[in-house]
Design a protein. Structure first.
Length: 83
């Protein structure tokens, strides 16, 4: 079954795959990092086939935004992630 899976590293803002290539796109804790989040989502939609699935899961603040020092620490500790 290993011949059915291929791993690739790419910029989510400019995916190197043809349109309508995948049945599903799963994005886990990625969208906090690219500068152009809208473009990243457009790319996910571009490469998934009509009727396919796009799953996006991201960290978010559940309640009110934490104090500024906590937000600054998380931003710095996670490579300038922007939640």
């Amino acid at each position: 079954m290993t011949d059915h899976v291929t791993f690739a590293c790419a910029d989510i803002q400019q995916l190197p795959f043809r349109d309508n290539r995948f049945d599903a796109v799963i994005c886990e804790s990625v969208l906090a990092f690219p500068p152009d989040k809208h473009q990243a989502i457009r790319e996910c939609l571009r490469v998934v086939r009509l009727g396919g699935y796009v799953g996006l899961n991201e960290v978010t603040w559940v309640h009110d935004t934490p104090p500024d020092d906590v937000v600054a620490y998380v931003h710095q500790a996670l490579a300038h992630a922007d939640f």
